[in-house]
Design a protein around this ligand. Structure first.
Ligand SMILES: [Zn+2]
Length: 217
């Protein structure tokens, strides 16, 4: 991590036009308009925030992990990363990051993965996939499970070994660390504040996060 540069945001939370807490383990849906700045704060540290973005004007266009990785030639997301859609357009640009590294390879937890990775009796535990579906249903944005692409895991540490292996490792985030991005188009944000209890992505203890939006400059 020594090569990572941490970049602080210049904005004052007192000037935010939106300032909300997402409770531990819960979904959240919001809209961020072009030019606005969106910040997610890891309030207590080591909390994975599974996130998807959709073009608000055409939800068939959505965040694409593979186009984002290919576009920047790097698998980790941090300051300077352009979050690219399945149509090759930049949806948001990460403009500040005090954590230093975010994952977009590890995917979202689900009832199915809970049984495969852990045990059959974990099937009914809350999962990000269920949260995404609940958020879609509650918000009436007209999306269903066929609209779930590979997501971003903000604050989650998934190092890739020299042999190409993936590992869900102890987090590198800490209380108060945040990531901030400027919207390059109007986007719908769909978040699962990960309820996972079986791996270290949440330090086995899901916690609340804060989301803020600042108006366009
Ligand atoms: Zn999860």
């Amino acid at each position: 991590m020594s090569e990572t540069t941490l970049v602080e945001g210049a904005r004052d939370p007192r000037n935010a036009v939106l300032n909300e807490i997402i409770p531990a383990g819960e979904p959240w849906v919001g809209t961020v308009c072009r030019g606005e700045v969106f910040r997610i704060v890891d309030l207590e540290g080591n909390q994975a925030v599974d996130t998807l973005f959709f073009n608000a004007a055409n939800t068939a266009e959505r965040y694409s992990a593979c186009d984002t990785v290919r576009s920047q030639g790097n698998i980790y997301l941090t300051t300077g990363t352009q979050l690219v859609s399945n149509e090759g357009n930049v949806m948001l640009t990460i403009v500040a990051d005090t954590c230093g590294r975010h994952d977009t390879l590890g995917g979202a937890c689900s009832a199915e993965s809970n049984t495969v990775r852990y045990a059959h009796d974990r099937r009914h535990m809350h999962s990000c996939r269920d949260n995404f579906l609940l958020g879609m249903a509650r918000s009436g944005i007209g999306l269903t499970k066929r609209d779930l692409p590979a997501n971003i895991n903000f604050f989650m540490n998934v190092p890739v070994t020299p042999a190409g292996g993936l590992e869900f490792a102890d987090g590198i985030s800490a209380p108060g660390r945040y990531v901030e991005m400027q919207a390059e188009m109007d986007v719908i944000v769909l978040i699962s504040n990960c309820p996972q209890l079986n791996n270290p992505c949440n330090a086995y203890n899901p916690t609340p996060v804060r989301v803020l939006v600042w108006a366009a400059a």
